[in-house]
Write a protein that binds this ligand. Structure first.
Ligand code: ADP
Ligand code: MG
Length: 256
């Protein structure tokens, strides 16, 4: 059974069809990355797959239809890191990470000692323990991105949805965050569905890539199958050279 199974997914925003019949499956423990030009519908599709937007078609997580699950069950199954998460002003790192435990806190109850311990563990795993008492708005972009991941991991979900997790980071911090996600995927058996801007990086970390354009899947397969000069010329209108990298094709834009 796939961890994520999407069939005939459609999403309308203000009456406009933004996601137009997407089929997609992610196996347990797999990392799939969605690429595509600006406005292709990547973020919209990801938010729908995370159960955060009304949609048409079917979305199943571990075989269960998303729209049949209650809020708490959803949050226990899937954790989503949006591109620019809204952070309550003045909030401290520990309290923000603890928000990940909300689905486990009984109505009108408080976080248990076990919830606090999970937050501590996640902070330690992401080298964030020294930041626990810091206000989020005092962190660097890379540190804040790790905190967003920490909140998602504290949720204890097996499926992680990441919308351009590295777009605000320099290449060093990009690599650090993606290596971290990959290590956690191995250690915790997580399934990862991400969107990503940088094509070479997308190819290095994903098992499979889905190319979205105009709300439709126009190519899907291994990085080598999808990251071709032809696909990128057609859908990004760019001339590229593809170089064989150690971990997948490297995409270099060249002047036409
Ligand atoms: P991507 O993440 O691939 O860049 P998005 O999913 O963010 O694309 O957006 C896809 C398209 O949906 C864009 O053309 C965007 O302008 C449009 N869009 C986003 N929000 C709305 C909205 N509320 N109403 C109508 N169109 C929207
Ligand atoms: Mg986007």
């Amino acid at each position: 059974m796939s961890a994520i199974e999407v069939a005939g997914l459609t999403v309308r925003l203000d009456g406009t069809l933004i996601v137009d019949g997407v089929d997609l499956a992610v196996a347990e423990g797999e990392w799939v990355t969605v690429i595509g030009p600006n406005g292709a519908g990547k973020s919209t599709a990801l938010r729908a797959i995370g159960g955060l937007l009304p949609f048409g078609g079917t979305i199943r997580w571990h075989g269960r239809a998303v729209d049949k699950l209650h809020r708490r069950e959803r949050a226990k199954a899937v954790a989503t890191v949006l591109q620019s998460p809204v952070v309550p002003p003045g909030m401290r790192v520990f309290d923000y990470v603890l928000l990940g435990r909300t689905p486990y806190v009984p109505p009108l109850g408080r976080e248990s000692a076990a919830d606090l311990a999970v937050a501590d563990d996640v902070l330690a795993a992401l080298d964030l323990a020294p930041f626990a008492g810091r206000r989020l708005d005092t962190l660097s972009g890379g540190e804040r991105q790790r905190v967003f991941l920490a909140r998602a991991l504290a949720q204890g979900a097996g499926i992680l949805l990441l919308d351009e997790p590295t777009s605000a980071l320099d290449i060093g911090h990009q690599q650090e965050v993606l290596e971290l996600v990959d290590r956690l995927r191995a250690e915790r058996g997580l399934t990862v569905l991400a969107t990503m801007h940088d094509l070479s990086t997308a190819g290095e970390y994903a098992d499979r890539i889905v190319l979205l354009a105009g709300g439709r899947v126009v190519a899907a397969g291994t990085p080598a199958e999808v990251l071709t000069e032809g696909n990128l010329a057609e859908h990004y209108r760019v001339k590229v050279r593809i170089i064989d990298g150690d971990r997948g094709p490297l995409v270099v834009p060249v002047r036409g």
